[in-house]
Design a protein around this ligand. Sequence first.
Ligand code: TXA
Ligand code: MG
Length: 369
Amino acid sequence: MQAYHTEVLLLNPFTPEPSLIERAATLLRTGNVVVFPTETVYGLGADALQPDAVERIFVAKERPFSDPLIVHIATSTDMQRLVTHIPSQAERVAEAFWPGPLTIILPAGPRVPHIVTAHLPSVAIRMPRHPIALALIRAVGSPLAAPSANRFMHISPTTVHHALADLNGRVPLMLDGGPCEVGVESTVLDLCSPVPTILRPGGVSIEALRTVLPEVQLLPKRTSSQEDDHNTEHDTAQKSPGQMRIHYSPSVPAVLFEGSEAFIHAAMQAEIHKQRAAGRRVGVLVADEDRAFFEQSGALLYAVGSVTRPEEIASRLYAGLRTLEDARVQIILCRNFNEHGLGLAIRDRLLKATGGNVYREEASERPQG
Ligand code: TXA
Ligand code: MG
């Protein structure tokens, strides 16, 4: 892989400087990759219509070619050029949620390179609402393929510092637009299946989607035998590749605690005790309301926000996991939150971060690790 001196440009996130956008656009037009902010997480972009440029994304991230990319557009007419046809459902959700944190899966047109879709017959499309992302796509004059700007299997970046931690020296340029507003990735909605199906919960809630598409469903839960089948996960492109169980994981083991608040407090406290007795440094990811309870616990505390504000929790979730990881804790204990609105995406990411290692109130066995 080519080594770069990674340059970071600070931009105004509301009215990005045209001269700085142009510098990034020139790199992208000539087949290079650039890290840029979106309202969800930072993306690692390349011109979606240049296969060699898109290949550089996979190399920089060490991402398997079997995992397809989202194509980012700036106008609805860009969508027409990427698909064979636009179902009326797509028009309705695009009208309601674009620009914004919603990705829709549509039948791929012949112009979309196979490297983008991992040879699937469908393509993922999203119109982000971040002014830097929109200005960049317009300046390049071509849609941008962009996964999250992290190394494969790591947590998505919500600041340029997170992206630098993973990709410094692997890309020529990063645009710094400050922290991402939403903080979890876009909702991926499959409009190629008979019933519109959410493949990945994200920044647009299922409740919001149902106001436009009442029939929308969540991807049926996979059986545990499918979930345990890690070895074959990357061998072929799958219908819902984002559903890989271990995906957004920090590099330290993590456990999710679920149940009543009293249970969570007691169980987490007991686990902190046990881990510390074994000489391990423990990190806990909790709500603002839990601060007082854990203050004296001896664990490193990261409070992601109030239980009453899922937007706040989502926007700080990945920074919290990275902060604990950087502090070199040896295990991270996370509490669950309710599943309304963005809560569904938060729970999904916590399940992925913990690799499904959940300690439930009704369960009798203790978590491993
Ligand atoms: O918010 C986001 O979506 C961020 C920002 C940068 O836009 N991007 C992002 O990209 O999260 P990535 O590559 O980390 O996740 C894209 C997800 C993956 O789970 C991928 O497998 C899925 O979308 N995907 C892409 N194309 C697909 C397709 N044709 N069919 C089904 N799933 C697809
Ligand atoms: Mg990703």
